[in-house]
Each structure stands twice: as C-alpha cells, then as structure tokens.
Design a protein around this ligand. Structure first.
Ligand code: TXA
Ligand code: MG
Length: 324
C-alpha cells in the first residue's frame, strides 16, 4: 500500500478532509496529538480497528485509547460516567489525560481487548480535534510506532515505522509534550494513575480533592494498564543511569572508545560537549531513535535531583534502561 503524506502544516483543510475520508472508509491514518503521534481508526468499525493491531504488530490483548472531540463523544462510548470524570474533563480536557470509564456494549470488544472499560482522552491538538470531528465518531489511537519502538513525536518517525503499512500520515509538525498521556482509573474508591504523564498526581488531587495513588508494580490494589506488562522499548545501546558527572567520567574511563551519548538537563563539562544532548520529555524518544539509527553503544543518563522528581520522565528512562 502507498502511504499518503498529508501536509497539515501548509494545507490543513485538505489534509483534514482527506484523513477523515480515509478513516470513514475504514482505513487507518497516523495523526499528530500534543503528546505523541497516534494511529487512528473509527471506533465503531471493527475491521478498521483490527488493521491498527496488524500495522503496529501489537498484541491483541493490549487495549486502545478512544480519542474524542467533545464530551458528547464520551457519552457515545461510555456508560455510568462518574462525576469525577466531568471534574477532570473541566480541568484538563483537551489535554494529556486519559480517563478509564465503563464501556458501552456497542463499542466493539477488540477496542478494549475484551475489558468492560474504555480509556478516553481529548487531545489538545487542533488538527487532531478537527480530524475526529470530521470523521464523525471517536477515533481509537495507540501511539503510531511499530510495537517495540519508541513512540513517534514527528511525522518522519511514523513514516520510518509504518510507511507502506497504513493509508496515510498527517504531518502536523513535532509533538509539544513528547511523552504519552497520564492514564487514570477513577472507577475504584481510590483513583489510580496507571501510567504517569505530564499531568501529575498532585494536579489531579487538587481537582478531585482526594488522594491519588501512582501505580508501581506490586503496590496497587487494581490491575496496571494492560499494555504496561509488555516488554517495552529499549535502545540497542546499553542505557545506564548515573547520579553525577564523576560517575559519568568513571563509566567513560571503563570503555573510552565507545560510541556514546550523554543525556542531561545540566550544563556539561567542556570536554564532553560533543557527546552531550539535552534530556527532556519533549526530546527523549527522538534521541532514543537517533541512538538506534546511528548505532550508539552506550547512553548515559544523568539523573539529577530535578530529573528524579519528574515521575513521568523517570518512568520512561527506567523502562528504556531495563526494557521491561
Ligand atoms: O498520549 C497518548 O495517550 C497516546 C496518544 C496517541 O494519544 N496514545 C497512547 O496509546 O499512548 P498506547 O496504545 O500506546 O497506550 C495505551 C495504554 C496502554 O498501556 C493500554 O494498556 C492502556 O493505555 N489502556 C487502554 N485501555 C485501557 C483500559 N480500559 N484499562 C486500563 N488501561 C488501558
Ligand atoms: Mg504505545
């Protein structure tokens, strides 16, 4: 299949209309959101949803997130919506927050991998919202990478992974946030963050007025997001977390000739400038992709105190380091 490239930066109207036309006809389309690029299909079209799993090589027991353009859309796919949802939506929608709700039975079960719940989010991205509205129904969209690769934060990343496997890619430039949305389960007594993101536990506690738990393996009373059980992307390079420049120097001395990259939020010592790159949620996946493309042997990440307080960023770094 030839993958159409739709330039929403220069011709947004025609890109949006073409993307929606393809989606309505049952195709899957890569599109930008503020977090990462998504691979969309119309939620009520089971055949189209199946194509997402095929294109990504995604295990079928890993449920998808429904992307909505209005609160009315949420009511089309969820039932018995708790009041907490509306409070979170008022505060954070559109934005990088996904909320788990009870699924309407009309939504094909492949969407949520047989669960009776449905993950719902309204992306804070004009092009995404217009595509969803034009498609006429919510779009399910996992991140638009091949399974096992980092999430894509540019149209080029989507092209690198999925060219020839999907009908089209809408280019809306680089993603502003750079890591996937926060996922929160509000169906139990205690709200549980099952995937940390740029909207934090404290942000959510302020709105709900009650304690929120951040899931970490073995700690939570509810199941983790099913997708978290899969082995996650790990770069081909060895990833090592270091606490100081001294530790980094020691590591370099062990294998001085390695092709390596250092990621840090800090000013680097002059002699290391050539191999130091900026560590941020916005750029981390792009750096991992580059490390693979350029066959780096080692990635040293300086986990300063500031980095360690960023739960979402640390979560992605730890996954890359352990590949679990
Ligand atoms: O920022 C994002 O959320 C991006 C953009 C494209 O919106 N999407 C994304 O989708 O990251 P994906 O498929 O890569 O990750 C979805 C995660 C998986 O870990 C999955 O297990 C979890 O959401 N999930 C989906 N439905 C769920 C449900 N009903 N209950 C618990 N976890 C669910
Ligand atoms: Mg993903």
């Amino acid at each position: 299949m030839t993958t159409e490239l739709l330039d929403a930066l220069n011709s947004p109207d025609s890109a949006i209309i073409r993307a929606a036309e393809l989606l309505r006809s049952g195709e899957v389309v890569g599109f930008p959101t503020e977090t990462v690029y998504g691979l969309g299909a119309c939620i009520f079209n089971e055949t189209a949803v199946r194509k997402i799993y095929e294109a990504k090589g995604r295990p079928q027991d890993n449920p998808l997130i429904a992307h909505i353009a209005s609160i009315e859309d949420a009511k089309r796919i969820a039932v018995n919506i708790p009041d907490e949802f509306y409070r979170l939506a008022d505060a954070f929608f559109p934005g990088a927050l996904t909320v788990i709700l009870r699924k309407r039975k009309q939504v094909p079960s492949i969407v949520s991998a047989g669960l009776d719940t449905i993950a719902v989010r309204m992306p804070a991205h004009e092009i995404a919202l217009r595509i969803i509205a034009e498609a006429g129904e919510p779009l399910v969209a996992p991140s638009a990478n091949r399974s096992g690769k980092p999430s894509p934060t540019s149209a080029q990343h989507v092209f690198d992974d999925l060219n020839g496997r999907i009908a089209a890619i809408v280019d809306g430039g680089k993603c502003r946030v750079g890591i996937e949305s926060t996922i929160i389960d509000i169906l139990g007594d205690i709200p549980v963050i099952v995937r940390p993101g740029s909207i934090t536990g404290e942000n959510i506690e302020q709105i709900l007025g009650k304690k929120v738990i951040i899931h970490s393996a073995g700690e939570s009373p509810v199941p983790i997001a099913p997708g978290m059980k899969y082995r996650h992307y790990a770069p081909q390079a060895i990833v090592k977390l270091k606490k100081s420049w001294e530790e980094i120097s020691e590591e370099i001395d062990k294998n001085p000739n390695y092709k390596r990259m250092i990621l840090t939020t800090e000013e680097a010592p002059a002699k290391l400038k050539d191999i130091v790159f900026s560590l941020s949620t916005e750029t981390i996946y792009a750096e991992f992709r580059r490390a693979d493309a350029e066959s780096f042997q080692e990635i040293l990440i300086l986990c300063s105190d500031t980095v360690q307080t960023n739960t979402a960023l640390m979560n992605r770094i730890a996954k890359a380091a352990s590949g679990t």
